[in-house]
Design a protein around this ligand. Structure first.
Ligand SMILES: [Zn+2]
Ligand SMILES: [Zn+2]
Length: 245
């Protein structure tokens, strides 16, 4: 599997950047994971024909993870009317908050499927499973598995021990590290770089890619904090960069 970072900022982008969006490819399979602001223009650089997009997975309905769905639905609808796109695009997402869930549908742009913890989805030969995270609205971490390879994306979450088992066995863990340890308190619904690194150590993993960066925090401060805890392969997500799993 090959992961391309389309956007790695949250909850707002740096100049010229995009919020959460990742393209997972395997042979001719293409899966979009999250679709925050700025992601659609980047997606078209890698997948200009929406017929080739097999599925979309949305971790949660905060705007930095789904706002470009509002634009994508126009593209789908217009391409359907022009005869360039035959079917709605399958999308897998939480059903709450209900007003956001309801607002996503536009004509027949999407074939919506509601996800829960315990749901298992198969897209071609990739198995997708979900773990509810600790965040102010319903949010899921996601595991993508094929043969003996596993890729996990944290979604947005505070640190909690329950995530360790879900992440175990990952060849690559893409984990949010929105803040530094000094910023952590009960009002911050995200992980620090140190917490992301500690979680990865507890899961016994050797490869961590940090993401969901706050533009006002220096990237080297994030990576240095994680490196103090995690001595293995540590990378900072970069827009346009590919990671092989
Ligand atoms: Zn976010
Ligand atoms: Zn969020």
């Amino acid at each position: 599997m090959k992961l391309t970072v389309l956007g790695c900022y949250g909850p707002y982008p740096k100049a010229g950047g995009a919020c959460s969006g990742y393209l997972l490819q395997d042979n001719d399979t293409k899966i979009l994971i999250d679709c925050g602001n700025g992601v659609l223009g980047k997606l078209f650089q890698y997948c200009n024909d929406l017929n080739k997009l097999d599925a979309i997975f949305i971790s949660h309905l905060h705007p930095d993870h789904m706002s470009d769905l509002m634009i994508l639905r126009y593209a789908i609808n217009i391409k359907q009317m022009m005869g360039k796109l035959a079917n709605p695009i399958p999308i897998y997402l939480p059903a709450s908050p209900k007003e956001d869930y309801d607002r996503i549908q536009y004509n027949s742009a999407f074939a919506r499927n509601i996800i829960h913890e315990g749901t298992e989805i198969i897209i071609k030969d990739i198995k997708v499973s979900f773990k509810k995270t600790n965040h102010p609205i319903e949010c899921y971490a996601m595991a993508f598995e094929k043969n003996n390879k596993k890729f996990v994306y944290s979604g947005d979450t505070r640190y909690f021990d329950g995530l360790v088992d879900f992440v175990k066995g990952s060849n690559l863990f893409l984990c949010e590290a929105n803040v530094l340890q000094e910023h952590i308190n009960e009002n911050v619904p995200h992980m620090s770089a140190r917490q992301a690194a500690e979680l990865t150590m507890k899961a016994g993993l050797q490869r961590l890619v940090l993401t969901h960066f706050l533009p006002d925090i220096q990237p080297h401060a994030v990576s240095n904090e994680a490196k103090e805890v995690f001595p293995y392969i540590l990378e900072m997500a970069e827009e346009g960069k590919c990671y092989f799993i």
